[in-house]
Write a protein that binds this ligand. Structure first.
Ligand code: SGN
Ligand code: CA
Length: 551
């Protein structure tokens, strides 16, 4: 084991005190939690007093982002400290390559006790953990199954956010070794689609009204990839599966199924026990009754507004339970003297659209899905109530945690330790741009493959597969990213400079057109062989034909 001594783990004050153990690490991640829905960032939608406690105790990062805005790839980047093109987990489709070295494996070798609870979504089990209880795939909100390290597959009655927290606190209470530092990954399924909130929040949240984002009625002018995407709240959100319009009400109103609509609804309802089902019906029957009356007279604008409210009620309702449970964990840490020597990170696997551009879901390099919440508390090391505007990424977690533990990071990890930023040594931080690459296309939501350079002032994006063209945004002048100025002569010099910077960045990280093409070929080979569900089949056929012609 190699110990680096960049950090001191001695108790503060006199040398007589016992040396402290190396810090514990608690990594809290929710799935699809938009920063717009954390009051430490923005309190227009809801209050999250417990998640905010982490920012009050420590640092709020206002420019944290992901390298590839989708679930499993983000998790792979976090664990490996490598961009998707190198760790191989480019999308949710292909499995994670378990020969990758991950930071939990290194921490465990370096003397840490390790545990993971909640959503991983890899299709295989995590390596490097003394204990894990993970949801299979996406997992279920009610009465979920878990794959466990020690007890095989189990089913637990209750609400998933509460259960994952129970498991986490139970581990701290009964399995934690007091003479060893620990690294704990506490990973929520919420607020992932299809947004089933806990019974106790149904009455409150199904009756709330929320403010609309300014781009709810975006027309996507100058942005063909945005136009092609299938993630509109108005057109692509399922009636039953998402908006909780009962299947029989859909039939009565003549509403056509969107995607897996009724199947998904029946699947989820089928998991509820009779009490849970009654709570659900009590809350959503009035919603359905009101909709039945209003729908026939609604304009398209009114329908969009109604669907947006319905979406926000459920999405934010699931976050209410996350916030309460984060509070429960923080209270436990306080009551058990575990706060003093523990770094606590709260983040999401990516951001999410809460009606911006008329959307739900993620995937694009535009801010709401490219950026992700990041709040870090580390009492005694991070100044309480501080803020960092630096461009940090999920790529940086592995090296940060290894640095904190004094364990050497492999030379091929691609991030940077955040410890200097956390401890106020900002001069040591020189990054002025980050790299982004999204792959999953053709796929659900139909977001074209693209890579991008993002600097503080600009965003240069190349959509290269499906469609082939560039976008450029002036982040300061156009924070909502609705004006693609790539062809604007006023930006010609800036554009050329950014192209050079992007090429350099791709070289530094080892990404290339050849590698992208290989990933496309592997994907097409795979779907040609096995087919694929949930994808726009016409588009898929077109892409397969296009490839066969050029071969
Ligand atoms: C599911 C959802 C999608 C979502 C993907 C990926 N559809 O397929 O809306 O984009 O997961 O999400 S659903 O009808 O099954 O809910 S991710 O967070 O796992 O990447
Ligand atoms: Ca996700």
């Amino acid at each position: 084991m190699i110990l680096l001594s960049s950090l001191s783990f001695m108790g503060c004050g006199s040398g007589e005190k016992e040396p402290l153990q190396r810090p514990n690490i608690i990594f809290i991640m929710s799935d699809d939690h938009a920063y717009q829905a954390i009051s430490a960032y923005d309190n227009r939608l809801m209050e999250t007093p417990n998640i905010d406690r982490i920012a009050k105790m420590g640092m709020l990062f206002t420019n944290a982002s992901v390298t590839n805005s989708i679930c499993a790839p983000s998790r792979a980047t976090i664990l490996t400290g490598k961009h998707s093109h190198l760790n191989g987990k480019i999308d949710n489709h292909f499995p994670f390559d378990t020969t990758n070295i991950t930071f939990p494996q290194l921490l465990r070798k370096g003397g840490y006790q390790t545990a993971m609870f909640g959503k991983l979504h890899f299709g295989n089990n995590p390596k490097g953990f003394d204990q894990f209880k993970i949801l299979p795939g996406q997992g279920a909100y009610y009465n979920p199954d878990f794959i466990t390290k020690k007890e095989g597959e189990i089913n637990v009655h209750g609400y998933v956010t509460d259960i994952i927290t129970d498991m986490t606190i139970d581990w701290l209470e009964h399995e934690r070794q007091p003479d060893q530092p620990f690294m704990l990954m506490y990973l929520h399924k919420a607020p992932h689609r299809s947004w089933l909130m806990a019974e106790r929040h149904l009455a409150e949240f199904t009756n709330r009204t929320f403010s609309e984002p300014s781009t709810l009625f975006d027309d996507y002018a100058g942005r063909p990839a945005a136009k092609e995407a299938e993630m509109s709240i108005l057109k692509h959100m399922a009636w039953s599966g998402d908006s909780k319009i009962f299947p029989e009400v859909m039939d009565e109103l003549g509403l056509e199924e969107i995607g897996y609509d009724k199947i998904r609804y029946h699947h989820e309802m089928g998991r509820l026990d009779s009490t849970q089902r009654q709570s659900f019906l009590d809350a959503y029957t009035p919603v359905n009754e009101a909709f039945k009356k209003a729908y026939p007279g609604m304009t398209e604008t009114e329908l969009m507004q109604w669907r947006y409210q319905r979406y926000m009620q459920d999405y934010l309702g699931t976050i209410k339970a996350v916030d309460e449970n984060v509070g429960r964990l923080l209270d436990y840490l306080e009551e058990n003297q575990l706060m003093e020597n523990t770094i606590i990170v709260y983040t999401s696997d990516q951001g999410f659209y809460l009606g911006e551009h008329g959307w739900f879901d993620k995937r694009f390099a535009y801010d709401e899905s490219f950026k992700t919440p990041l709040l870090v508390a580390w009492p005694g090391k991070v100044a309480p109530g501080s803020t960092s505007t630096e461009m940090v990424q999920n790529l940086d977690f592995a090296q940060t945690f290894l640095d904190i533990a004094g364990v050497a990071a492999p030379a091929d990890m691609q991030g940077e330790s955040l410890v200097p930023l956390l401890t106020g040594q900002t001069d040591a931080w020189t990054r002025d741009a980050v790299y982004y690459h999204y792959y999953e296309y053709p796929a659900e939501h139909m977001v074209n493959r693209h890579y991008a350079l993002v600097s503080e002032d600009y965003k240069l994006i190349h959509f290269y597969y499906g469609l082939d063209y560039w976008e450029l945004y002036d982040r300061k002048k156009d924070p909502h990213e609705v004006n693609n100025v790539y062809d604007d002569p006023a930006y010609a010099d800036i554009r050329e400079g950014l192209h050079l910077q992007l090429e350099k960045l791709r070289e530094t990280y080892g990404d290339s057109t050849e590698l992208s093409q290989q990933y496309i070929n592997t994907f097409l080979d795979d779907v040609e062989k096995d087919g694929i569900f949930g994808v726009n089949q016409e588009k898929l056929k077109e892409l397969l034909e296009r490839r066969n012609k050029t071969e």
